[in-house]
Ligand binder design. Structure first.
Ligand code: ATP
Ligand code: MG
Length: 443
C-alpha cells in the first residue's frame, strides 16, 4: 500500500466509477517508493481525453494532441494522460503520431526507464512490468526494452539517463551505457530548450559530478563542448590538483543548489582553456574577463532566462577578484563592494569560498585568511549601512541642482567624486558635509 495524496486518489476513483482504469504513474511512483517527495503527480487512464473533460468540472487542455488533460483541484493541476502507444519515430525526437490504447502495459512500454515505468492505484497496487522495483533496489538506470532502439526514438533520453543518475545517485546499467556511447552524437537533433531543462536538473542535483560521466559518454561533446575543453585543460600550478573540469565540479559541489550559483560555478573558469599566459599568482591571465563572453554565448545557446544570464555573467567576471591581496584595509573592501555590487556580494563570497575548496592544499591556504577578512569586513559594511554606491550617498541630484549645479554631466562628475571620498572615509556621508563638498566642486 502506497501513500498517495487524497486528491490523486479522488481523481483515480472518479475515473474508476465511470468505468475506466486510472493509475498514478512515472516519477511520482518512483519517488514515493524511494521515500522522496514527488514534485508532481501524473495520472494515466484508459479514458479518452474527451471523457476526462466530461468527468471533471475544471480541466485545461494542456496537451490534447498527446492525450493530456490537466484536472484542476483546489488550484493544483494534475496531468491526466490517456494510455498511449507512440507511433514510429523518424527524427530522434518526436513520434510521427500517437495512438490511444486501453492496455496499461502498452503505455508503460513507451516510457524511458524501468524505474519510471511503474503505475500504482489502491485497487491493483504497484504495476511493475519491467522490474522497476528491482532496479530501484540495485540503484540502476536501465531502459525499458532495447536501449539502442529507445535512444534512436528519442535522443534526449540519453541525457535524461545521466540526469536521473545524478538526482538519485544511481549507476547507468551496462547495456544502456553502451548504447549511449554509440548514439550520443544524435543528441545534436534535440532542441536547446529540452537539453537545457535536463542539463539544469543534472547540475542542480546532489551529484553534479555526474557531468564527468556525461563527458565520458560523449554527451557533453554535443550539448556542452566547452566542458570537454575544461576536462582536457590541465592546471600545472601549485594552486591546483585537478584539471579545470574536475575543479569546476568541486566548486559546483560547494555552492548552494540554485540555478545562478550552479551555473556560475560551472562557467567560472570556462575560458581558462583559451588563455595561456599567467599572472603572478600563476593564474590564467584575463580568463575571468574572457569567460564572461563565453559564458554568455553558452547560456544564450541554452536559451536561459535573461535574469540568470545577467547574474551569472557578473559572478564570472568578479570570481577571481582578491580585493586585499596587496594589503588589507576596509577601504579596499568597500571599493570591491562598489565594483562587484552589494546585491551579489554574498554570492561572490560564496563562489570564492567554493573556489578555494576546489584547490590544492597549498592553494586553499594561500589567501584564505585574506578571504575571511573580506567576509568580516563586508558584514561590518552591511551592519553599519556604509555607503558603497552613489544611490546610497546622502544627497540627491535634485538637491545639487537646487544648489546651482548645472544639470547634465557635471552632476555625474560630482557624484563620482563624492562617492570616491565616501568610499575612502564613510564618515563623510552626511548631507551637510556632502553639500559643502558640492559647493566646492561646483566653484
Ligand atoms: P521529475 O521528478 O524530474 O519530474 P519524472 O520522472 O516525473 O521526473 P518527467 O520528465 O516529468 O520525469 O516525465 C514524467 C514521466 O514521463 C517519466 O517518469 C517517464 O515515465 C515519462 N517520460 C518523460 N519523458 C520521456 C521520454 N523522453 N521518453 C520516454 N518516457 C518519458
Ligand atoms: Mg515529473
Amino acid at each position: 500500500k502506497m501513500n498517495i495524496p487524497k486528491d490523486v486518489d479522488f481523481i483515480i476513483k472518479k475515473l474508476e466509477e465511470n468505468g475506466y482504469e486510472a493509475f498514478a504513474v512515472g516519477g511520482c511512483v518512483r519517488d514515493t517508493i524511494l521515500g522522496r517527495e514527488p514534485k508532481d503527480w501524473d495520472i494515466t487512464t484508459s479514458a479518452l481525453p474527451q471523457k476526462v473533460k466530461e468527468i471533471f468540472r475544471r480541466t485545461l487542455d494542456t496537451g490534447l494532441q498527446h492525450g493530456t488533460v490537466t484536472v484542476m483541484l483546489k488550484h493544483i493541476g494534475y496531468e491526466v494522460t490517456t494510455y498511449r502507444i507512440d507511433g514510429e519515430y523518424k527524427d530522434s525526437r518526436h513520434p510521427e503520431s500517437v495512438e490511444f490504447t486501453t492496455n496499461l502495459i502498452e503505455d508503460l512500454k513507451r516510457r524511458d526507464f524501468t524505474i519510471n515505468a511503474m503505475a500504482y492505484n489502491s485497487k491493483y497496487g504497484v504495476v511493475d512490468a519491467f522490474d522497476g522495483i528491482g532496479d530501484l533496489q540495485r540503484k540502476v538506470i536501465k531502459c525499458v526494452n532495447d536501449p539502442e532502439e529507445r535512444f534512436t526514438e528519442d535522443a534526449l533520453r540519453m541525457l535524461r539517463a545521466v540526469r536521473f543518475s545524478a538526482q538519485l545517485g544511481f549507476e547507468i546499467e551496462e547495456k544502456t551505457e553502451k548504447a549511449i556511447k554509440k548514439l550520443a552524437p544524435t543528441l545534436e537533433k534535440i532542441s536547446a530548450e529540452r537539453i537545457c531543462a535536463e542539463l539544469e536538473k543534472l547540475i542542480l542535483s546532489d551529484n553534479p559530478d555526474k557531468l564527468i560521466e556525461a563527458y565520458n559518454l560523449g554527451i557533453t561533446k554535443v550539448v556542452l563542448p566547452e566542458f570537454d575543453a575544461m576536462m582536457e585543460c590541465k592546471q600545472d600550478t601549485p594552486y591546483h590538483m585537478y584539471n579545470v573540469g574536475e575543479h569546476t565540479i568541486k566548486v559546483m559541489e560547494n555552492v548552494e543548489k540554485t540555478r545562478v550559483m550552479r551555473f556560475a560555478a560551472l562557467l567560472h573558469d570556462v575560458a581558462k582553456p583559451d588563455v595561456h599566459t599567467f599572472d603572478t599568482r600563476s593564474h590564467f591571465k584575463g580568463h575571468a574577463i574572457a569567460g564572461v563572453e563565453k559564458a554568455n554565448k553558452i547560456m544564450r545557446r541554452l536559451k536561459m532566462d535573461n535574469k540568470t544570464i545577467g547574474l551569472v555573467k557578473r559572478l564570472v567576471a568578479c570570481h577571481d577578484d582578491r580585493p586585499v591581496e596587496h594589503g588589507r584595509s576596509e577601504e579596499k573592501v568597500r571599493r570591491s563592494v562598489h565594483k562587484i555590487g552589494k546585491d551579489i556580494y554574498p554570492l561572490y563570497l560564496q563562489l570564492v569560498n567554493a573556489d578555494f575548496a576546489g584547490k590544492s592544499e597549498y592553494g586553499r591556504e594561500k589567501g584564505y585568511d585574506d578571504y575571511l577578512y573580506v567576509v568580516e569586513t563586508f558584514n561590518k559594511i552591511v551592519d553599519e549601512e556604509q555607503c558603497t554606491c552613489s544611490a546610497e550617498l546622502n544627497i540627491t541630484g535634485k538637491e545639487m541642482i537646487a544648489m546651482g549645479v548645472k544639470p547634465g554631466p557635471k552632476i555625474g562628475d560630482i557624484f563620482d567624486r563624492l562617492l570616491d571620498m565616501v568610499l575612502e572615509n564613510p564618515q563623510l556621508n552626511e548631507n551637510e558635509k556632502l553639500r559643502e563638498l558640492v559647493l566646492k566642486f561646483n566653484a
